[in-house]
Ligand binder design. Structure first.
Ligand code: C2E
Ligand code: MG
Ligand code: MG
Ligand code: MG
Length: 300
């Protein structure tokens, strides 16, 4: 008999499902208190302008410091926050905190430094919430940051869930003055031809494509890099900016730069960092004309 069709196999499967359900439930109840107990934190990862190697902005990434479990990764708790609806107040907190942080950082920079942007991820349920426009507007006005410095990141799957409605909400966000990025581009099932139906300003190339960029593919003709090239050409033809995600090697950085990719984000430059490290990081980076990064990617 095939595996999994025995009674025992069924029990094992059932037991695992049960354990998982119990864990999810536990996470849910813990999460209800986490906001009040200040267990959530935002970390910030720099986005680098490749031609100048200057920092053009940061992406805000949510962290949950669980009292017993330690750091719970977002891919584990955000789906639960979505299901329970906690993502709505949590997302409001993220938007407010990200805008406040941007105001703080912008105040530190010398006037000659270009304006910084702050990117915030939005999930489907947050996106469908009627209060989203108000939340975005009040986060911006409370922190007194220009709307143009806020970038909202949405994924292809969020967009495809309800294209007509998405278009309406994105237009609202554009009216407020925020910019919109399509995140993890290339991993979803949206058709390339539908891209121009949405007011995206920036396209973020998923890290899977960047990870596939290795030297051997470049020496062999027509390597996988043709995917990255195609995405870059697509973005350019639509007048969209590009950020490549997940840059880990100097080779990837050089190759992307050579292909004309303007912005990049990844461990090579910096991992997402807590607010407490942000200030000195940014000031160090500003001091050095060519940015803080050595060719081996270590922070000098
Ligand atoms: P994302 O928006 O695509 O964020 C980029 C993810 O790639 C982050 O993972 C970041 O830490 C990771 N990353 C950056 N550079 C590198 C690299 O060089 N190598 C590797 N291997 N990874 C890199 P993280 O922080 O675990 O977040 C995972 C996802 O959780 C995010 O993917 C986003 O979809 C979601 N997320 C994070 N914060 C929020 C939030 O505040 N709200 C919502 N709705 N979703 C969030
Ligand atoms: Mg993102
Ligand atoms: Mg991404
Ligand atoms: Mg992602």
């Amino acid at each position: 008999r095939a595996k999994g069709t025995t009674d025992d196999g069924y029990k094992v499967f059932h037991h695992q499902m049960h354990t998982q359900a119990v864990q999810t439930l536990k996470l849910e109840t813990d999460m209800r208190h986490a906001l009040d107990r200040n267990e959530f934190e935002l970390h910030f990862q720099p986005i680098v302008h490749l031609p100048s190697m200057h920092i053009s902005g940061f992406e805000a990434l949510l962290r949950w410091q669980h009292p017993r479990r330690g750091m719970v990764p977002p891919l584990e708790f955000i789906p639960v926050a979505e299901e329970t609806g906690i993502i709505v107040p949590l997302g409001e907190w993220v938007l407010r905190t990200a805008c406040e942080t941007l105001a703080h950082l912008s105040g530190l920079l010398s006037p000659k430094a270009g304006p910084l942007t702050m990117s915030v991820n939005l999930s489907a349920r947050q996106f469908r919430n009627k209060r989203l426009a108000d939340t975005v507007e009040s986060a911006l006005s409370m922190a007194r940051v220009p709307a143009g410095s806020l970038c909202l990141e949405v994924t292809e799957s969020l967009v495809m869930e309800d294209p007509a409605r998405t278009r309406g909400i994105l237009r609202q966000m554009k009216e407020i003055g925020a910019s919109i990025a399509i995140d993890d581009f290339g991993t979803g099932y949206s058709s390339l031809s539908s891209l121009h139906n949405y007011p995206f300003d920036t396209l973020k190339i998923d890290q899977a494509f960047v990870r596939a960029m290795r030297e051997e593919h470049f020496t062999a003709r027509n390597g996988r890099n043709s995917i990255v090239r195609t995405i870059l050409a697509l973005a350019e033809s639509m007048g969209m900016g590009v950020v490549a995600e997940g840059i880990e090697t100097a080779f990837q950085k050089e190759a992307l730069h050579a292909m004309g990719c303007a912005h990049a984000q990844g461990y090579l430059f910096a991992k997402p960092m807590a607010f407490s490290s942000l200030e000195s990081f940014l000031l160090d980076a500003e001091d050095l004309a060519f940015g803080p990064f050595g060719s081996n990617g270590e922070q000098k």
